[in-house]
Design a protein around this ligand. Structure first.
Ligand code: NAD
Length: 470
């Protein structure tokens, strides 16, 4: 059996075992960290628009409750199932630990293809799913806090918070029951693009070390790097946009219906507009069509960012992958056996539990905002601007020179919510990469193993300090 056919949770555990071999924690403790605490399976009815009734299958997995609340997105996908949701929940445990977000790991899934349901039906599914969780105490600001994932977004999160608030009247912290909400419904500025921005920071950090890039035959920095991105959803669209803004050349983009490639580079915004207008990514002016979408993963490029689904780089296509750097925007896009082959060839893999941790990091900021009932920066923004203005006036008086209006605007500006969120995200991604790289160099391991070593160590410490209850 190739690892492409190994279930996701087992693949995650392969990485866990590889890292655990470098640690000297007791075997029982490691087994406890690895185990999925609970999986709740639901089957509930949906009344379809034509009056017929359909049974919907759904899950919520809480992998680790060493910290509460647990946290993890909800995905709507036709192939969703218990193994996948458990594996994704495990990744959340390690991801949160890695970036010091104080949550346990969880994940939810509804086995549907959202494209096959009307908006009204999706709303009924989402509200019923929320009710099922509520009835079993599996959702709440201190219990388990979902977020968007594949196939869901701010719209679904707004339905969830509305349902939760209706079921828990008077619950003052109700807004904190879910993150990724629209900003007008208790969301935080910067969340929608947070995961993609975080993936961009991850690539920037990885490209920032000259000696690491030299070993790959590349120069330092994102500027001029030829990049292929798979998936133009929440994660893929934003990361492609930020890489382009950062000076990278987006040579390939892939969606369900096919892929496009252009040596000269693709303008992400224009591709999005083209796809919206024609309902397809194909046929974009100046680009070559690749009808079999996955083929573009094998294109000649420096950086490959799979940002759609898991198991897209497998034993089957790994030998044809040419990118020197793979940044895992999606969860689990590279199978364990493909990962080993790539590492043997010297490819740098920036692992999912670090690369896409920006999403849960900004979700954490949203949750803190909800519990504090106050927008970040609201109290201090004007005060800081006035203080900055005073300093500027003092300098002008001392030097006899007047700043230009533009310089004045820049020097006096204070951070609002979006600037603070982006700053917190950037700090998180920089600090986490520095930790990973230190472990990678000290232990002579790959980045994924370094990430697991770090995450397992942090979860183990929590157990050692707090003890095993009862
Ligand atoms: P999304 O639903 O917004 O976007 C996914 C995109 O991938 C869609 O545009 C879809 O059409 C496209 N796609 C599907 N199959 C494809 C294929 N075979 N080839 C090319 N494109 C294909 O989902 P998302 O939120 O962007 O999530 C993508 C991945 O990132 C998932 O693995 C998810 O678990 C992970 N992730 C998401 C977040 C988040 O905040 N949304 C956070 C961390 C990790």
């Amino acid at each position: 059996m190739t690892s492409s056919h190994i279930p996701l949770f087992a693949q995650v555990n392969t990485y866990f075992d590889k890292a655990a071999a470098h640690l000297d924690h007791p075997a029982g403790l490691l087994a406890q960290i690895k185990a999925c605490n609970s999986v709740y399976r639901m089957q509930f009815p949906l009344k379809r628009d034509d009056g017929s009734i359909e049974v919907i299958h759904a899950w919520r997995a809480q992998h680790s409750v060493h910290r509460l609340p647990t946290k993890g997105g909800i995905r709507y996908a036709p192939q969703a199932g218990e193994d996948e949701v458990s594996g994704l929940a495990a990744l959340m445990t390690y991801k949160c630990a890695l970036v010091d977000v104080p949550f346990g790991g969880a994940k939810g899934a509804v086995r549907i293809d959202p494209g096959m349901y009307s908006v009204a039906e999706l709303e009924r599914i989402t509200r019923r799913y929320t009710y099922e969780l509520f009835a079993k105490n599996l959702i709440g600001p201190g219990l388990d806090v979902p977020a968007p994932d594949y196939g869901t977004g701010p719209r679904e999160m707004a339905w969830i918070v509305d349902t939760y608030a209706a079921l828990a009247p008077g619950m003052i912290d109700a807004l904190g029951c879910v993150t990724g909400k629209p900003v007008t419904q208790g969301g935080v500025r910067g969340r929608a693009e947070g995961t993609g921005r975080g993936v961009y920071f991850a690539l920037r950090e990885a490209c920032g070390y000259e000696e690491d890039m030299k070993a790959l035959g590349l120069s330092a920095g994102i500027g001029g790097k030829r990049v292929v991105v798979q998936g133009l959803g929440n994660v893929g669209y934003h990361v492609a946009k930020f890489i382009q803004e950062g000076g990278g050349i987006i040579v390939g983009l892939a969606e369900r219906e096919g892929a496009i490639f252009s040596d000269a580079g693709l303008d992400v915004e224009r591709v999005m507009t083209h796809r919206k207008e024609t309902k397809s990514i194909l046929g974009f002016e100046g680009a070559r069509d690749i009808p079999r979408s996955a083929e573009v993963l094998e294109a000649d490029c420096d950086v490959l960012v799979p940002a759609a689904l898991e198991n897209v780089i497998t034993g089957e296509n790994v030998d044809r992958i040419r990118a020197r750097i793979i940044v895992e925007g999606a969860n689990g896009p590279v199978t364990a056996d493909a990962s080993e082959k790539l590492l043997a060839r010297g490819t740098l893999i920036v692992p999912d539990i670090y690369a896409n941790a920006g999403g849960v990091t900004v979700s954490y900021f949203e949750w803190v905002k909800n519990l504090s009932h106050l927008r970040f920066g609201r109290m201090e923004k004007r005060w800081e601007e006035r203080s900055n203005e005073q300093i500027l006036l003092g300098i002008e008086e001392l030097t006899g020179h007047r700043f230009t209006e533009e310089a004045r605007r820049q020097a006096t500006a204070a951070a609002g919510e979006e600037e603070l969120v982006n700053s917190g995200l950037e700090e998180t991604m920089i600090a986490a990469y520095a930790e990973l790289r230190t472990i990678q160099k000290d232990r002579g391991v790959d980045l994924r193993t370094a990430a697991f070593i770090n995450a397992i160590g942090k979860v183990a410490l929590a157990y050692q300090q707090r003890g095993i209850f009862p």
